[in-house]
Ligand binder design. Structure first.
Ligand code: AOS
Ligand code: ZN
Ligand code: ZN
Length: 386
């Protein structure tokens, strides 16, 4: 097959971008502001639409409630469409309310649990108004000290709360359940790992699926193994791409370890998990604390595209033969050949053939958009993740 034939495997592959990547973000030490930062969800969507217009890869934007609360969600969805994108997953927030100090969906107080469930009903309503089909739930609940709470009772209360949320979904909706092994609590998170997420999803039903976020694992974890297992179980609902050195760093995907990203994409591509019909929602979950946010998002979607392109180049016949012959080095070499192939020229050709700029980053820089929004977005309050 010619490179262009191989790369036709990218047709239909899309990446969802997060609204919060376009707002200001930072660490607990400092949130820096940047000229031109959106002041509301409409401006965030306009910026996200730029990324799609230049790359052709990012046609959906995830919203986060309450950060993206607006009066008229229909108008927000229409605004997205006018800009050539649409609303993707609706992310709930259980981590910024004083009532949730000791838990939200797991809290001992039924009133607090009811409040946390009710928040998801608001999200389901927003899904109906925006045409979104995915409700994404990252549970920040957990404990800091042994003995602080009954680990088991918290699971029971969680199961009950999730059942209520799942019951509120419409038939075409999915519940995407994310896990994280630490933070904001450090002794025990209530959904710390893919096994716990999967058990809850299996108990709920087919439309409950697991979200894998790259930054939510202990260093050294073989993430592609988890990807394989969730795909095998038909429960990989979504992927939060980012990159990390230490923890949940939320840096640009593929920036720290492009080989890990390639290994993940190779596992996905080997079973067609990148194809739209697989139902895996590939998303970015990133923050751009010091770099240009739109350029950061462009770099991110291009990094994922590049990793998938290399994954599609894997000579699967040669790989299977080597694996079956016990040719350890030969099999490894097949993978490395694909990884070391420079696909940038072929991807530029493919973009050109589709009416996109050969070099989306250069096109963004030449467009003057950054200067335009810096000059135009004066007054108001810049959006931030608080
Ligand atoms: C938190 O660590 C998670 O990665 C979530 O996906 C989170 O919901 C997202 O960052 C938006 O709040
Ligand atoms: Zn995430
Ligand atoms: Zn995270």
């Amino acid at each position: 097959m010619s490179p262009q034939e191989v790369l036709s495997g990218l047709d239909g592959f899309t990446i969802e971008v997060p609204s919060w990547a376009y707002g200001n973000s930072g660490t607990r030490f400092k949130v820096f502001s940047t000229p031109g930062t959106p002041r509301d969800p409409f401006e965030k969507i306009a910026d996200a639409a730029r990324v799609h217009a230049l790359t052709g890869l990012a046609p959906r934007v995830s919203l986060h409630i309450p950060w993206d609360r607006v009066e008229d969600y229909g108008a927000l969805a229409a605004h997205a469409e006018e800009h050539g994108v649409r609303i993707g997953a609706i992310n709930s927030n259980l981590f910024q309310d004083d009532d949730y100090k000791f838990g939200s969906l797991t809290h001992t107080d039924p009133k607090v649990r009811a409040k946390a469930v009710e928040h998801h009903l608001e999200c389901v309503d927003i899904m109906a108004k925006t045409g979104s089909t995915d409700l994404k739930l990252w549970l920040p609940d957990g404990t800091n000290y042994a003995g602080q709470a009954s680990l088991r009772a918290r699971q029971d209360r969680l199961a009950d709360s999730l059942t209520q949320i799942y019951a509120a979904l419409e038939p075409h909706h999915r519940l995407l359940v994310e896990y994280k092994f630490f933070e904001p609590y450090f002794y025990a998170m209530d959904i710390p790992d893919w096994g716990t997420a999967l058990l809850h999803c299996q108990a709920l039903g087919d439309r409950a699926q697991v979200v894998l976020d790259t930054g939510h694992h202990a260093p050294g974890t073989n993430i592609e193994f988890i990807v394989m297992q969730l795909l095998r179980a038909g429960r990989l609902g979504a992927f939060d791409f980012n990159s990390r050195y230490y923890a949940d760093d939320d840096l640009i995907v593929g920036s720290a370890d492009p080989f890990q990203l390639f290994r993940i994409m190779a596992e996905i591509a080997s079973v067609g998990g990148h194809l739209p019909e697989s139902g895996v929602n590939f998303m970015l979950d990133q923050c751009h604390n010091i770099e240009d946010k739109i350029a950061g998002q462009i770099r991110s979607v291009l990094n994922v595209e590049q990793a998938l392109a290399k994954a599609l180049l894997v000579d699967t016949d040669a790989l299977t033969s080597a694996e079956e012959a016990g040719d350890v080095i030969g099999a490894h070499d097949v993978l490395m050949d694909a990884f070391h192939t420079d696909v940038r020229g072929a991807l530029a050709d493919r973009r050109e053939a589709r009416g996109l700029p050969r070099d989306p980053m250069a096109a963004y820089r030449a467009s003057g958009y950054a200067a335009e929004i810096a000059a135009g977005r004066i007054g108001g309050t810049q959006a931030a993740w608080t």
